[in-house]
Write a new protein. Structure first.
Length: 122
């Protein structure tokens, strides 16, 4: 019997959506690896890997309604590399929660999107 692939959740405990998804994953008895990306910021390789799995451009992973974004970056036109640097410098701007299992991933908004990951085979 093979061990189920772990599910990584890029988690912000201050976020109610993130807490809800973690609670749901726990109820489903998923093999969960919690990544506290605000306490331990991602490096460029990790972030670009997440973007590839999610098939998103860096700007699509940014919370543009966040006050910090509005103050510093609203209206700016930056390259993908520059947006990656913004996310690395200001991890609070990253959409959450992100769920990754193997080479599949979703931004779990709405929460039910985790089933796109849970229901896939290992």
């Amino acid at each position: 019997m093979s061990k189920a692939l772990p599910i990584s959740i890029y988690h912000n405990n201050s976020c109610s959506k993130s807490r809800s998804v973690l609670e749901l994953l726990t109820k489903e008895q998923a093999n969960v690896d919690i990544v506290h990306y605000l306490d331990h910021p991602l490096n460029k390789e990790e972030l670009t890997g997440i973007l590839q799995i999610l098939q998103l451009k860096p700007l699509e992973l940014i919370r543009t309604k966040e006050p910090l974004f509005q103050e510093k970056f609203a209206g700016k036109v930056l390259s993908d590399e520059e947006w990656i640097d913004v996310l690395l410098s200001y991890p609070i701007l990253m959409e959450r929660p992100i769920i990754i299992k193997g080479n599949k991933g979703v931004i779990a908004r709405p929460t039910q999107r985790i089933y796109d990951i849970l229901e896939q085979g290992d």
